[in-house]
Design a protein around this ligand. Sequence first.
Ligand code: PLP
Length: 361
Amino acid sequence: MTIYNFSAGPATMPAKVIQQIKADLPSYNNSGMSVMEISHRSALFDKIIDDAAIDLRELLQLPDNYQILFFQGGCTLQFSAAPLNLANKYHRIALLDSGHWAKRAQAEAQLVDVKVDVLASTAEKNYTELPVLKDLPQNKYDYLHITTNNTIEGTAYSKLPETKGTELVGDMSSNFLGQVYDMKKFGLVMAGAQKNLGIAGLTLVIVRNDLIGQVKNLPSMVDYDLFAKKNSMFNTPPVFAIYTAGLVLKWLKEQGGVAEMQRRNLQKSGLLYDFLDNSELFIAPVAKQDRSLTNVPFVTGLPEVDAKLIAQAADNGLVNIKGHRLVGGMRASLYNAMPYEGVEKLVDFLNKFEKDYRGTH
Ligand SMILES: *Cc1c(COP(=O)(O)O)cnc(C)c1O
């Protein structure tokens, strides 16, 4: 039975990439060594990390005045690293509270003594829609932090907030390379790799040159300027995770790039949302204009029915559709590596489940 993995992260990867890893594993590039065993100071690894950066730059159409940095510590570390590096003028940032990860970013910035003003929040609506920025006072904030895709709540910005002169910082962990954004609108983008770019242990930071190097004596592992100067190799980088990301980027290029991914993600999520909106058993709670292409939460409102559904889905090869504990119900994550057939199978299953349910209730 084919397994379709709807996990929110670590998440499904392209089957072709897994095959490539398998083929490469005993002896990378005929070196007689596994990629797990090679030195990060070797020519072999230099090529891996340089190619990954080149492919990423091409896929994102990233201008030359942006750095691509490879970090460990998850996206969570960047919630403090970004304010440590960028919040150096006003020591105050603005934030749009769109859910769990925005709140986490707020808390981590506060831990490094940066003031955080929440300019809009949809907490009262259980984050089923995005907060709208009404007024952004200028010359007051080092940047505005947004979460471009809210992995848990299932909302995403298709249009970025207008910030005028204030820098925009985006946590793009869960729709990085899955949705087209104009990178020039951002001063900084952070993204954990385990959603749409491979495996856990690697976080990408993309930052405009002029924003770094303004704070001296930062701890080395969060110093963007140091990482830029050392080609992300101040210490041992996550070699295997960078190698894996490189394979995913090559796969993405073969598939047609980010615009093609967005087209497919729209098609996949559209299929599921259409079904849910026409269902009498399931509800997709997120406001239509703010719906995520990559994370689709849905509920029945009946916890026993949800539990039964999740178990039956798993028996049918549709795994990890349990919703986040904060939201409950179900969630299907439809990242780049989820094929259309996986979503078709899920919709067929939900349809049958609903018919059976109505037959007995
Ligand atoms: C998963 C996720 C994070 C946290 O990433 P870690 O790598 O676990 O630190 C942050 N933001 C968003 C939007 C996420 O989806």
